[in-house]
Design a protein. Structure first.
Length: 392
């Protein structure tokens, strides 16, 4: 009878226990790796959201810091007409840049302010996960002078009056539809401006100023040193037949000998300077890509047009809210969504900005979107000043 040889090894039960322990350790490792991966995705998503919202916030803040620069105190007169329900007895009909459709600047405003609120004039945002803003988003419009056309590296538009003895070839025709700049030395040469990449284009806004006041018009075409201002521009600034607020109203006048004398524009102008003005509008675009709402920055009435017909350049995406409130120069009236009774746009001292955004994709853990929001306040350096310490 052979002697049974004892062999070393694991029993089946021991093997199963070892496998179970190994599987548990592997599962824990896989879960830890998955959680780390998801956490990394969330961090990356939040970083993208933060970068995205900061880019939009920085652009809005920069434009607000320049709001009012080079704009006449009280604003720029706009074409206005007699009649209507406004307390002044006159009304304006100036079009305002919008995401879609049409709207007017406040019709009772005879002046275009350097900043114009647009409370709830933007679209209502409905999120993919049914988290909706309770109100429509806002839009905002600001005005400031183009400092690149005022002599920072060349002879600027306003270096000399258009129609001065210094620039004898310059002229403004009697109805304000054609302006010609003299290209002589010391005058404004548009070729120099174009060579530096800031040429004047159709759709640009030009502010005319002289001893009789100010007027704004929209360039409709450019030919060499000649700017044309045909009627039918987007804004309605080129309505020189309007009884007030146009280039005709800053002409020289001829007066009768009657008492009191009756004075009418005579088609000539006192020495008149020109400056390009930027009108910057911000709003949200829900039409081009409804799943990824875009923040739009629109210059004047220009800008690229999306497939959905929304004009302007996208400067942020996957946003969910855009709100503005305003603080006024009395130091008391604050956080107002619009201009309260007794105040005007010209008395706005600072602007509170709120931007909300969400992640592009849903989070893996709970299937919900990640969300961030930024708030900041921008003081308008070129707008109203309020001295809280008048005795100091």
């Amino acid at each position: 009878m052979k002697k049974r040889i004892r062999q070393s090894g694991f029993t089946l039960i021991e093997f199963m226990i070892a496998m179970s322990v190994a599987l548990l350790a592997l599962a824990a490792t896989v879960l830890a790796f998955r959680d780390a991966t998801n956490a990394n995705k969330n961090v990356a998503a939040r970083q993208d959201m933060s970068d995205n919202i900061r880019a939009g916030m920085n652009l809005i803040s920069q434009d607000l810091l320049q709001a009012g620069t080079g704009i006449p105190t009280g604003g720029i007169p706009v074409p206005s007409f007699s009649g209507g329900s406004c307390a002044s007895g006159t009304f304006s009909n100036v079009n305002r840049p919008m995401p879609t459709g049409t709207a007017k600047f406040p019709i009772c405003n005879m002046y275009l302010a350097a900043i114009e609120p647009g409370n709830a004039m933007g679209p209502l945002i409905t999120s993919p996960d049914s988290t909706s803003s309770p109100t429509n988003t806002d839009i905002l419009t600001v005005l400031y002078q183009d400092n690149l056309s005022t002599g920072s590296f060349q002879v600027g538009m306003d270096a000399a009056p258009i129609n001065s003895t210094r620039c004898p070839a310059g002229s403004i025709n009697s109805n304000g539809s054609v302006v010609i700049f003299d290209s002589s030395a010391g005058c404004f040469n548009m070729a120099t401006l174009a060579a530096n990449g800031v040429q004047i284009n159709a759709g640009d806004l030009i502010l005319f100023s002289n001893a009789n006041g100010n007027a704004i018009q929209t360039v409709t075409s450019v030919s060499g040193q000649q700017l044309n201002f045909a009627r039918g521009d987007f804004f309605g600034f080129n309505q020189t037949g309007a009884p007030a607020g146009t280039l005709v109203q800053i002409q020289n006048t001829t007066c009768t000998t009657a008492s009191p004398p009756v004075c009418t524009p005579n088609g000539t102008y006192p020495p008149t300077t020109a400056t390009r003005i930027w009108m910057i509008s911000y709003y949200l675009d829900i039409w081009t890509d409804p799943a990824h709402v875009r923040l739009i920055r629109r210059v004047n009435a220009n800008g690229p047009t999306s497939s959905a017909g929304v004009m302007g350049s996208p400067v942020g995406e996957t946003l969910e809210n855009l709100q503005f409130t305003f603080n006024f120069n009395d130091g008391v009236t604050s956080n107002q969504p619009t201009v309260p009774t007794g105040m005007t746009e010209n008395l706005i001292r600072s602007v509170n900005i709120y931007l909300g955004t969400r992640s592009t994709n849903r989070a893996t853990q709970d299937g919900q979107y990640l969300r961030e929001n930024f708030q900041t306040q921008v003081t308008l350096r070129s707008m109203s000043y309020f001295n809280k310490y008048p005795g100091s």
